[in-house]
Design a protein around this ligand. Sequence first.
Ligand code: GTR
Length: 448
Amino acid sequence: MIQKRLFVIILMAFCFISLSSEKKGFNGIAKGEWKASPELVERLSKRRSETNYDEQKVTEYTLPDPLTMIDGTAVADAQTWTFHRRPEILELFRTYVYGRSPVERPENMSFEVFDLERNALGGSAIRKQVTVYFTGEKEGPKMDILVYLPKNADKPVPTFVLLNFGGNHTVHSDPAIRLSESWMRPGEGVKDHRANEASRGRSSSRFPIEQILKRGYGLATIYYGDIDPDFHDEFKNGVHPAFDRKRGPDAWGSIGAWAWGLSRAMDYFETDDEIDQSKVAVLGHSRLGKTALWAGARDPRFAIVISNNSGCGGAALSRRAYGETVKRINTSFPHWFCDNFKTFNDKEEDLPVDQHMLIALMAPRPVYVASADEDLWADPRGEFLSCKHAESVYHLFGKKGLSKEPMPDLNQPVNEGTIGYHVRSGGHGLTEYDWQRYMDFADMHFEK
Ligand code: GTR
């Protein structure tokens, strides 16, 4: 009798295991979901033996619940989220991850439109270039915003804003774009305008401006080095010294400064009648994708927030420690985050937040996260999981999060909900494919 019962139990267990293994792969990946190429995993693992690229070696983790307050209270409605839990999470990110900016809109900040061309790009566009003097002083820190708008728009134009890596003049070959001064590390030379002239239009593949205009959108871009040069100098250059009094362990790093600069661009958009300030989408690639997410979290004026291959400290869950880790990023880039973030090196499980909560801070606004098949350093699955675990907050607002589950396969964008996601073929980069998906998403949410 006992033997018979045992047999039935074993048989049931066997059926259960084979059923579930049919649904899920050995490492929890369902059929039809994206999966990293095993050859690539092997190759990268050999190259960087200290980095984990193996899904099976991701250790179990527990994510903090976006819907439980620090004191344990459950968040059951949008009101409680908006007025209590959201500010609490935002403060945790300020304190432990990106740091705190000492000022918001500086009192004396001023704008100077130094270029306005209504027949740019062969007559198809309006071009504007605007200098933002952060302290109002001409000698103080400043940034140039380059704006292209479609000509003959009959109303204010919805606009994408993003920072660029190489200088405004690298985004298009238009000779009228003012050269951005390049910032190099001390010892490498200071400003080399000849090098800049040679790099005019160099990054134009990342900025399909003509296509953006054709689809009825504007594009605004700023050289990130104008806001803060991207190397560690104890925060002596860029905007930090102009506003810092004393720097504590929660003082803003470079990502904090870049995100703050995007909000200052938004301040300018509010003064420009040709830009629809209620329809500004902030976008960023890689470290600037981390920046776009933090900008969108800090500043609800950004109507759509888009992260392109942002990875660690961006859309990827830190607790997975897959690809780039908290320790790795804090070691290679000690100036990006606040000093407190370094206390979580190899201790991701102690973080009071994880990156799904950053995505959740956008709710109920639309947010889009994109990964690339070969960009395992940025952990595509971790980026998808952040979106998934942010959904509960969107549900409080009666919004759909992702429109489909589980993780989609290559080049199958999931973009009908309020959270969009895709993983496209290829490596780390911002491509035309990505742009087209972002514009599809914006078309839907801006009701174009
Ligand atoms: C890498 C860094 C990533 C990513 C990338 C980029 O070196 O490890 O976090 O941000 O740079 O910005 O291109």
